[in-house]
Design a binder for this molecule. Structure first.
Ligand code: GLC
Length: 471
């Protein structure tokens, strides 16, 4: 099968969150399983772009409303990624350092999608599946089916994967002129609550809709930022498939970003050495359990609850645990978190920002990973934590529900709590301290964590079933 993934992010070219990780891994494992998988994404000005060699693959031109533009499809030379990576270069529109956050983001992603479809029209042999990710590729299924210029693509099957249904990419009707000549009778497919809603459009037009965990699929019918009834109506073509993780990239026995390698046999020794590095760098106490938070400091991740919860826990347990918060986001949350550093020197610290290396080091060093997320479609961090023998402490939602079993249950290996509140988090921290002090129990749980397999192989087979059901 030939599968074309269309996405705004793909690691290592450009990543803002889990979307990038997934789009950087799924095609690689699809390719390994014998399918011709490739990714097409915008050409941003990222370090990866500058450090690698590219070849011009195709040159074309088309319209974005009244603007006639040239675009170039460039291809990564000698790709070591395990799949083919194509970038769409549109001068002045996409070639900027950031992925998101510009006032003309709607125009940028519509332009990107139009260029991709325009390029697809030139293919001698059509792909079997066009697989769109999130709202930035959400107009593709509509345009392939209902734009007059793209009629030759009408029969190609499309799949939408929703990584996060909080964001819809909604825009006013004035933007409808940017979409190449389309069948006006199909206006209803573009519309949701009075606006053009690319995520809703994709849910209506794609042949299949997947999201990244079975529990999140259920949650969307009651909580999806206004699309609940749509998910209810379209449920027959929707399915939840839990993400995998790239176990080659995330392997404590070989991870080049981690100072000391270890495996399940020498995990205690390996984690201790890595913890020493982190504790020294952030002035933390080796003897206390190290609880880390890694993620964007935004409401979805319940980062706003962290300062209060951590302060409360440090006071209540008489600093029985140490904390390290890694991430960036809302500036008010960042300052509240930074403020605590002076109050609890030696027991708490922050790293405001994110880079892959610090992330990997922290998974290897930490005893626990805290994820109080209000919304978590899948969550990859808890799966990385499991792989590194770091016990996940998670709110019982979405993919976290599907991947973490509470230690109170038979064969449980994590800590699960119901609410993203200070009191639930503090109680979970107390449970973490208790298990940390019970060395046998702790080791047993670490072993259980490391034995769980979230590799992509079985996930790829699930996607294949989805494709086969429509091709
Ligand atoms: C988004 C979701 C996250 C998911 C990731 C990859 O970032 O918030 O839960 O794991 O996409 O699908």
């Amino acid at each position: 099968m030939t599968i074309v993934h269309i996405s705004a992010e793909c690691y290592p070219m450009a990543k803002a969150g889990g979307l990038g990780d997934v789009v950087g891994a799924l095609p690689k494992y699809q390719y390994k399983s014998g399918d011709q998988a490739m990714v097409v994404m915008p050409m941003y000005k990222t370090p990866f772009l500058e450090k690698h060699e590219w070849e011009v693959h195709f040159k074309g031109n088309t319209n974005l409303g009244a603007w006639f533009f040239d675009y170039t499809i460039i291809k990564l030379k000698n790709s070591a990624l395990g799949f083919e990576l194509y970038l769409v270069d549109i001068n002045g529109l996409l070639d900027r350092p950031k992925i998101y956050g510009y006032t003309d983001d709607n125009d940028r992603f519509i332009g990107f999608q139009i260029a991709v479809i325009n390029w697809l029209c030139s293919w001698a042999q059509q792909p079997d599946i066009v697989h769109c990710h999130d709202h930035q590729a959400g107009l593709v299924p509509f345009m392939m089916k209902h734009c007059y210029d793209y009629q030759k693509l009408q029969n190609i099957k499309t799949v939408l994967t929703i990584h996060n249904a909080q964001y819809h990419g909604s825009m006013g009707w004035d933007k409808s002129i940017l979409i190449p000549r389309w069948d006006l009778w199909k206006r209803g497919l573009l519309e949701w609550s009075g606006s053009i809603n690319p995520l809703a459009t994709a849910i209506k037009c794609a042949d299949k809709v997947t999201t990244v965990s079975p529990t999140y699929m259920q949650e969307l019918k009651v909580h999806s930022n206004g699309l609940e009834t749509l998910f209810e109506n379209e449920q027959s073509k929707c399915v939840g498939i839990l993400n995998g993780i790239d176990v080659e990239l995330w392997n404590p026995a070989t991870d080049a970003m981690v100072p000391y390698h270890y495996n399940v046999k020498d995990v205690l020794d390996g984690k201790r050495k890595n913890k020493e590095v982190i504790c020294e760098r952030y002035h933390l106490n080796m003897d206390k359990p190290l609880i880390v938070f890694i993620g964007r400091l935004v409401g979805e991740k319940a980062a706003d609850v962290l300062p209060g919860a951590i302060q409360h826990a440090l006071d209540k347990t008489n600093c029985g645990a140490n904390f390290l918060v890694i991430g960036a986001g809302d500036t008010s949350v960042e300052s509240a978190l930074n403020y605590l550093v002076q109050l609890y020197p030696g027991d708490y610290n922050t790293y405001i920002g994110y880079d892959e290396k610090t992330g990997h080091e922290a998974y290897a060093a930490a005893d626990f990973l805290l994820m109080p997320s209000r919304v978590e479609p899948c969550g990859l961090n808890q799966m990385y934590a499991l792989r590194y023998g770091t016990i996940p402490m998670v709110r019982d939602t979405g993919g976290l529900h599907d991947t973490v079993v509470d230690m109170g249950d038979e064969n449980g290996f994590g800590i699960r709590f119901l609410h993203a509140t200070e009191s639930d988090i503090v109680y979970s921290i107390e449970r973490a301290i208790e298990v940390y002090n019970d060395k046998n129990r702790m080791l047993k749980m670490i072993h259980q964590c490391m034995s769980i397999d979230h590799s992509w192989e079985s996930v790829v087979a699930d996607y294949k079933k989805v494709y086969q059901s429509i091709v």
